[in-house]
Design a protein around this ligand. Structure first.
Ligand code: PLP
Length: 435
């Protein structure tokens, strides 16, 4: 029989010890999921407000997604990209209905890492330039290029950094350059971008990659004026704009399908993963026909698992659910209810330094006191643990590990949000007492 202890024993013995596990000495083996809830291997139930890192977009065990997948499994499980298949082609056509105008051609992969790396290589091929700008506090994944794009030292395994990647200052408004107005801070960050290009590159760029809301960075929300200004600067140096929508895509930020659409720009390339297929491994890079065409004849490429028919079928079911009901408008509505509740917690608990984000992607940065803004790393761990005790899963992030990440499946309704706010209230109260 598989017991909780046997799972933990096997994990310890046969899985690399560098797997990051939540809850320290008491990791949580999950056994079952349904809708907004998951159960651990001892049968305890949890409200899921992290969605497997913003991935289970339309809820666990979603009937529509499962139906699409089961039909596909009974027909054809795998092809590789060497053979066209209906699921792959149908998904591309369906995605093109919601991607920004012009970005209607896709390369599917198996992870966000894969997508970001493919996007950067595509920008290099198209522009003929090599150098890349990324942002501090950003995250791109775990390949060597993705770790080099990542702007957080703690996520870089090993000392090697790809030298053509340079990092500009992130407009992290909560930790701005002293007490200056947001527009001046954004301008200072744009000046820094100009400076990085002038001092650390040849001036000829392949691209800049940025997340509209830096996910792993702790939901640092880029002001639209920064995204717009950076795009202008980078394009003036011949570079393309890659927007990483791995966390922010598919309506999560509310009102729009894509997180960057809160700013007035259209990217040249957009990457997606996580929420695309409700948890099945799939990622996508969207670009224009012109840019995609540039790679033809420049070297062979394939993906064994990219565009896997079952993953694509899961994505078709996920998209159907999102287009039908769990759309960006609903997400904005639910996000506003969540935000109101989190703002009330801000008024109550002085350990909350800032509530930020958009839609159903809300971050809470914890501090030991609001004056010094000393990161409340221990407090964040305490809240995470207390939430678990109260029967709720949330996420954590940020360079200092002091930002809580609240990002439920997009099916969350008023009742789920009320339940989450009650549990958070309890957890903050407990954490304050422990402090
Ligand atoms: C913004 C962003 N890009 C890329 C990635 C890498 O995705 P994956 O873990 O699927 O490789 C992540 C993962 O968290 C991410 O948050």
């Amino acid at each position: 029989m598989t017991t909780t202890q046997s799972i933990l024993d096997k994990q310890k013995k046969h899985l690399w010890p560098n797997h990051l596990l939540y809850y320290g000495e008491s990791p949580l083996p999950l056994a079952k999921g349904d809708g907004m809830y998951v159960w651990d291997s001892d049968g305890n139930k949890y409200l899921d407000f992290f969605a497997g890192i913003l991935t289970t977009s339309v809820g666990h065990n979603n009937a529509t997604v499962n139906k699409y997948m089961k039909e596909q499994i009974d027909n054809l499980l795998h092809t590789s990209t060497l053979y066209p298949n209906a699921a792959h082609a149908n998904l591309a056509a369906s995605m093109a209905e919601i991607t920004p105008e012009g970005l209607d051609t896709f390369y599917f992969g198996a992870s966000g890492t894969d997508a970001d790396e493919t996007a950067v290589i595509m920008a290099q091929v198209y522009t003929g330039n090599t150098e890349v700008i990324a942002l501090r506090h950003g995250y791109s994944g775990k390949s060597q290029m993705a770790m080099s794009l990542t702007g957080q030292g703690s996520w870089r395994m090993g000392p090697v950094h790809i030298g053509y990647i340079r990092h500009a200052m992130t407009p992290y408004t909560y930790r701005s350059l002293g007490d200056i107005p947001e527009d001046k801070y954004v301008q200072a960050c744009l000046d820094d971008l100009q400076d990085v290009i002038a001092t650390m590159t040849s001036g000829k760029l392949a691209c800049m990659i940025m997340e509209p809301i830096q996910g792993v960075g702790g939901f640092i929300t880029l002001p639209p004026a920064y995204i717009e200004g950076a795009a202008e600067i980078v394009r003036a140096h011949g570079g393309l704009i890659i927007i990483d929508e791995v966390q922010t895509g598919f309506g999560r930020t509310g009102t729009h399908w894509w997180g960057h659409q809160h700013a007035n720009i259209t990217p040249d390339i957009m990457t997606m993963a996580k929420g695309i297929a409700n948890g099945m491994p799939l990622s996508a890079v969207a670009t224009t026909q012109e840019i995609a065409q540039a790679a033809v004849g420049k070297g062979l490429t394939l993906s064994t698992f990219g565009g896997n028919p079952v993953s694509c079928a899961a994505a078709m079911g996920t998209l159907e659910e999102m287009k039908r009901e769990f759309n960006p408008e609903r997400c904005a509505e639910m996000g506003a209810i969540l935000k109101t509740g989190l703002d009330a917690l801000y008024e109550k608990y002085p350990i909350i330094g800032e509530v930020r984000g958009r839609g159903l992607m809300q971050g809470i940065e914890l501090v030991t006191d609001r004056e010094s803004k000393e990161p409340g790393t221990v407090l964040a761990n305490a809240v995470l643990n207390e939430c678990k005790k109260a029967g709720m899963l949330i996420g954590k992030g940020g360079l200092y590990g002091n930002s809580l990440r609240i990002a439920p499946p997009l099916i969350a309704d008023e009742n789920h949000i009320a339940e989450a706010l009650e549990k958070l209230d309890y957890a903050f109260g407990q954490a304050m007492e422990l402090d």
